[in-house]
Ligand binder design. Structure first.
Ligand SMILES: [Zn+2]
Length: 399
């Protein structure tokens, strides 16, 4: 602070004699009392404390969505238009998610643990997905496997402990609780049906939690918000990092002797459905997909329900496409969507918000003359993995 520009409540720099310090102290006290008194009499200050009206921006943002969304939505009426649209939207999604900014590296796979379980062997494996970024995952291999078998990538959502719930590891009571609540161990359900199953940790979950949520008692927490805050200013998104990691995992899956030459499917609940959606939309190596609990119009489910996790939000994405458009990118790959009728994430209009998006996706499958490759399992219940039609679907399309 320059000399001659002292605040009225700040003594000049340098040490002062005792008498002067006492004088300054008295002056500060008097000025404080004067301020308090003037605030008590200030009618503007009184008005602020009696504020009765808010001026939010929510409606404006909803209007922005209404009049400025889906510029690259699915509108193709011929196979040629579909090809151009698909190529253009895929390129745009890679750009918006920051996928093309991520850094390839040697995967350097390591098998760190092998455990015999009831009916299958469980391996823990690590691969590098970017320089300095390691993804641990489990591989579940059915007992008595003869040669090779189809593979399933089983992704997790939130409140899962990452791969622990999907791989059915019941060491932690919180993980046990979430497995039972959400029917979360669909990786184990798949290996018991003869598939070789890969259960990865997404960035921010399980063994990949960031320092903000790394305590053992925070096993069900995720670090999506921190990853989003750190990544977005660098042009990176959580969804893009997850999709990239799964593309690298696909490369690895194809090298496994138990899988070589076989089909690879992807299944997942909630945030796991989010991961399956983006992966199947962008990578044609997925032969069959099941998206559970993550399919609805974004205006109702992510704009209106704006407290949703940060991993759902990709800058400029809604200007380009809604969820039905993204799922249309998956055609002609067989796709089953699971929706619980009482799932609060469907938004305030419930199933109407889901059926509208399904109708968009259905147009793509009809245009390609493969309507039988799209199905919708709707059921009474909450936000859970249903699995009733899903495994028949895999058996039909992924064997
Ligand atoms: Zn999240």
């Amino acid at each position: 602070m320059r000399e001659g520009r002292h605040s009225s409540l700040c003594p000049p720099n340098g040490s002062l004699p005792y008498e002067e310090r006492v004088g300054w102290g008295c002056l500060v006290i008097i000025e404080c009392l004067t301020l308090i008194e003037s605030n008590q009499q200030n009618p503007i200050q009184k008005g602020l404390t009696k504020m009765t009206q808010l001026f939010p921006t929510e409606q404006y943002l909803r209007d922005r969505f209404k009049f400025g969304s889906r510029s690259m939505g699915f509108e193709a009426t011929t196979r040629e238009e579909w090809q151009f649209w698909r190529q253009a939207l895929r390129a745009k999604i890679r750009e918006l998610q920051g996928i093309d900014r991520l850094l390839p590296t040697s995967p350097n796979p390591k098998i760190t643990e092998t455990v015999q379980c009831d009916g299958y062997t469980r391996q823990r494996v690590e691969i590098d997905t970017e320089p300095g970024v390691t993804m641990p995952f489990y591989v579940l291999i059915p007992d008595n496997l003869q040669g090779t078998a189809p593979a399933v990538i089983a992704t997790h959502g939130h409140a899962s402990g990452g791969k622990f719930a999907v791989a059915g590891i019941r060491d932690d009571p919180q993980v046990v609780g979430t497995i039972d609540e959400h029917n979360y161990d669909y990786g184990v359900q798949a290996v018991r049906r003869g598939y070789v199953v890969f259960c990865p940790d997404a960035r921010g979950f399980g063994e990949r939690r960031e320092s903000f949520s790394s305590k053992p008692e925070q096993i069900l927490n995720s670090s999506c918000q921190q990853l989003a805050h750190m990544g977005l200013p660098l042009g990176l998104t959580v969804a893009g990092m997850w999709t990239w990691d799964l593309i690298v995992l696909l490369d690895y899956v194809q090298t496994r002797p138990e899988v070589q030459g076989q089909k690879i499917s992807a299944i997942g609940l909630s945030g796991g459905g989010l991961q399956v959606m983006w992966l199947a939309a962008l990578d044609e190596r997925i032969a069959c997909a099941v998206i559970s609990g993550y399919f609805y119009g974004v205006a109702d489910s992510l704009l209106h329900l704006s407290n949703n996790c940060a991993c759902n939000y990709i800058p400029h994405m809604w200007e380009m496409a809604d969820m039905g458009d993204v799922a249309a990118l998956i055609a002609p790959c067989p796709l089953l969507i699971e929706t619980a009728r009482q799932d609060g994430l469907n938004g305030p209009r419930g199933m109407d918000n889901v059926f509208e998006q399904y109708a968009i996706t259905e147009k793509a499958y009809k245009l390609l003359d493969v309507p039988e490759r799209l199905a919708h399992d709707t059921f009474d219940g909450g936000h859970v993995w249903h699995g009733t039609i899903a495994f028949d679907w895999l058996e039909h399309w992924a064997r």
